[in-house]
Ligand binder design. Sequence first.
Ligand code: NDP
Length: 400
Amino acid sequence: MKKCMIIGCGGVASVAIHKCCQNSEVFEGIMIASRTKSKCDALKEKLQPTTKTVIETAQVNADNVDELIALIESYKPDVVLNLALPYQDLTIMDACLATKTHYVDTANYEPLDTAKFEYKWQWAYRERFEKAGITALLGSGFDPGVTGVFSAYAMKHEFDEINYIDILDCNGGDHGYPFATNFNPEINIREVSAKGSYIEDGKWIETEPMEIKRVYNFKGVGEKDMYLLHHEELESLALNIKGIKRIRFFMTFGQSYLTHLKCLENVGMASIEPIMYEGKEIVPLQFLKAVLPDPASLGPRTVGKTNIGCIFRGKKDGKDKNYYLYNICDHQECYREVGSQAISYTTGVPAMIGAMMIMTGTWNKAGVYNIEEFDPDPFMEALNKWGLPWEEDFDPVLVD
Ligand code: NDP
């Protein structure tokens, strides 16, 4: 029996689990293992009557390597799909190494106390994964994830060299709250309150947070303000795509979101420095998370669409060429299908597909790899089949 162990049972995991259950030919068995077992059991109760996939559940603390090893040894999955938080990446990779089990995640490791995400910690496992004969597929969400697959596809089919990539992440959804984050608030706020950066001529160029703003008219959404952010796939794409001179990442934010965030930052609520409060140490950002709406509760209220994709500029047969690959996803359609909004959907579907690529042996090489290092074609086909169809534009409006 082909089996996958999914760690975490939050917004993204819930979508991936729904999708595994729709795909029971590949996912004959899944184990949902997370910190709060009751969430895993509730999802099993909802989904088991609808699917041939045999669902098991377990409680696990993914910070504890021994606990993970014991669980993996007892369930014997073909692959572990890590949909907990970036802080757990290394402990789960350690457990995969010890049990010789393939590993897939959607976000790169980030130490709890520094808010600096980069690949060096996970790339350091390359040799050990190679020797163990197992694969670690890093960043199989949307961005990173589909953006890397889009880049590999553009490189394979449309260009001889790609010189410029602009990744545009637009969420045109409206949840009706003055302030809420679409995925884990702690991860989200750490990401957007950090300094921006992009890569030009092989060097990182740093900007102040939200310093660079552009306006773009997104198909399916309309005109939106977008801001340059640091984002993890810049680091791997700059290495893996031939001819890159500059690569940037932009994300849209509404004025209300930014005003609230600025205010929270100004009063210290977005800080990750622990403080003493009534004799107990608390991290302001973690406390803020506790009072904000749970991203999982946004599903029924969110209307509108997302549009995420990459604009490529480069050369084909000696001529300049521009090419835009993107996906448009509707929040309410996602909610009707799997009970989640589009942000979780656009991450959970590629997570299931990444695990499927490894489980079926379609992607099969030992070591630690970013997603753009594999053949993009089967993944692109699966995106169309499993709910994230892509569109192409051969004459896109460029970002200056
Ligand atoms: P959630 O906070 O909704 O879910 C996280 C889950 O992990 C929860 O079920 C939580 O348990 C569980 N968890 C946390 N710590 C542990 C632990 N120590 N042991 C076991 N389980 C634990 O997050 P999201 O679903 O929004 O995000 C999941 C991942 O997806 C994150 O890494 C995020 O960065 C990534 N992501 C990637 C994107 C991409 O495009 N690549 C986009 C969006 C997110 P509990 O229920 O007890 O809280």
